[in-house]
Design a protein around this ligand. Structure first.
Ligand code: F6P
Length: 523
């Protein structure tokens, strides 16, 4: 069954939220903390090794109650059941949305066209494990009998961003193989990567659900031609493997059918790192770590599926985002991880979030008369404090922020970690509580130069009241990374349900592709 079609603005909760928004004009996060010593505890949730502190938001209990009411009126529970059980909720593409099945350890069947998909998933995982073990151990040999030293993932969008982000994030857990990613059709990109490679010891993983994507096929052909300068057609099987649904196109490319890893049309590209698209992850960190990543995601799936909405991390993050997007008219959200390992998280989430919820037609086919997908952007702390945070602290725009942090670092260096985390907390405090005229006055007075107090005062005041979520894990591990990514996936889903849009198609990327093809044909 498809999702229900409910215009959120027609719900009672929406109307109540609109008038509650007016009441909240004088709300101050700072005052809220002063008047309620329990605020942090009230607006925090602990789950496994993760804690979400959402107390530094422009909310009170009534706000949360109304947001949860909105989720109920939007029939979110019914939508979650349909999402997990494989209903065709991607109506425009006539598909189920089942990336959650890829990481499920439960024995429960999930039927697609009267066939349980769980055995196929398990089979694919076994194939990934066997292949990864063979390459990592050196049993898999190149055409001159040498071990593989380098892996190149050739793909774009969902066939690149997820694996690239995870391999970067889990580099602490990496083995001896060096992993590269070729995505852009820019020939200089592939040329720079090829410069570093030896055809005798490199394995190429071509990842394309459709195997028709211009960038991927062009890059794969350029790489094949480069390879064939030193090797023969018969050597391709030892150096090229593919992840795709398009078996004919793979065959035409010359890849041994034994070296094809499956994809399914019930997994969207931007949610596919949990499928064979994650092969380069498994090659890079080993199958056990890859499986732990999936297990972490499953933990978040179960939390999302089974928790009450007011205790449900992805639901709360989605509702808070709707509160700012639709009522405060915030245009963007910043994702700010305090670990250099998550340098590629923001670009990854940009595709996941903006390709999913950047829609202006509702599930009835009508133009929406309210805002949908948020613009997301971000970078790692502390670097970004020295880049764009000025605007977040003192600019004219309201930018809700997610601060992602870890209690422990991976290499120790506790002095660094203490400083990193002091900055993590300090930024959120500065955003929420600001700096008053009185404090600025005192500071300038004690600095000695009292003549400048009046002129400098306005520039040094921080109004505060700027929202943030503290998303804090114990440690960056494959499990906690799986939890984090799945958390955002479910946030996307909840927002799409409430905005009454189809989150799992992406027709908006097609027109530009068609026009580029026309231009090429006419050239
Ligand atoms: O252009 C967008 C897109 O269709 C994404 O949704 C997808 O992740 C990417 O292109 C790559 O597609 P494919 O895996 O079929 O090459």
């Amino acid at each position: 069954m498809p999702l229900q079609n409910i215009n959120p603005t027609t719900t009672n909760a929406w109307k109540k939220l609109a008038s509650h928004y007016n009441e909240m004009q004088s709300f101050s996060i700072q005052k809220a903390f002063k008047s309620d010593a329990e605020r942090k505890e009230k607006f925090s949730i602990d789950f496994n090794d993760l804690s979400l502190d959402f107390s530094k938001n422009r909310i009170e209990q009534k706000t949360l109650d109304l947001l949860v009411e909105l989720a109920n009126e939007a029939e979110l529970k019914d939508a979650i059941d349909k999402y997990f059980s494989g209903d065709v909720i991607n109506v425009t593409e006539e598909r189920a949305v089942l990336h959650t099945a890829l990481r499920s350890n439960s024995e429960d069947e999930i039927q697609i066209e009267n066939k349980d998909i769980k055995p196929e998933i398990k089979k694919a995982l076994r194939k990934i494990r066997a292949f990864s073990n063979k390459v990592i151990s050196g049993d898999w040999k190149g055409y001159t009998g040498k071990k593989i030293t380098d892996i190149v993932n050739i793909g774009i969008g969902g066939s690149d961003l997820g694996p690239d982000m995870i391999v970067e994030a889990l580099q602490f857990y990496k083995n001896q193989l060096t992993t590269h990613f070729v995505s852009n059709i820019d020939g200089d990109h592939v040329s720079e990567i090829l410069k570093k490679l030896d055809p005798e010891t490199t394995l190429f993983v071509i990842v394309s659900k459709t195997f028709t994507t211009q960038e991927t096929i062009t890059n794969a052909n350029t790489i094949k031609n480069w390879f064939l300068k030193s090797a023969s057609q018969f050597d391709i099987a030892k150096h090229f493997v593919a992840v795709s649904t398009n078996l004919d196109a793979i065959d035409a490319f010359g890849i041994d059918p034994k070296n094809v890893f499956p994809m399914w049309n019930w997994v969207g590209g931007r949610f596919s790192l949990w499928s064979s698209v994650g092969l380069s992850i498994s090659l890079s960190v080993g199958f056990d770590n890859y499986k732990s990543l999936l297990d972490g995601a499953e933990k978040m799936d179960l939390h999302f599926k089974n928790s009450e909405f007011d205790q449900n991390i992805p639901v709360l993050l989605a509702l808070l985002s709707i509160w700012y997007n639709n009522f405060y008219k915030a245009e963007s959200e910043a994702i700010l991880p305090y670990t250099q390992y998550l340098t590629k998280l923001a670009p990854y989430l940009q595709q996941a979030i903006m390709e999913s919820n950047g829609k202006s037609v509702d599930r009835n086919g009508n133009d929406v008369n309210y805002q949908t997908g948020t613009i997301v952007w971000g970078s790692t702390g502390t670097n970004m404090q020295h880049a764009f945070m000025q605007l977040v602290h003192q600019g004219t725009k309201l930018i809700p922020t997610d601060f992602i942090g870890y209690e422990e670092s991976l290499y120790g260096l506790t002095d660094h970690h203490q400083k990193l985390m002091a900055n993590y907390y300090a930024q959120m405090d500065a955003l929420a509580f600001g700096k008053s005229k009185e404090d600025v006055h005192l500071e300038l007075k004690f600095s000695g130069d009292t003549s400048k107090i009046q002129t400098l005062m306005p520039f040094k005041v921080f109004e505060g009241n700027r929202p943030s979520n503290a998303i804090l894990f114990q440690k960056l591990t494959p499990v906690s990374l799986g939890e984090l990514v799945a958390m955002y996936e479910h946030k996307i889903f909840v927002q799409g349900v409430i905005w009454n849009i189809f989150s799992y198609d992406q027709f908006g990327v097609e027109l530009g592709k068609e026009l580029a093809k026309k231009l090429l044909n006419n050239a």
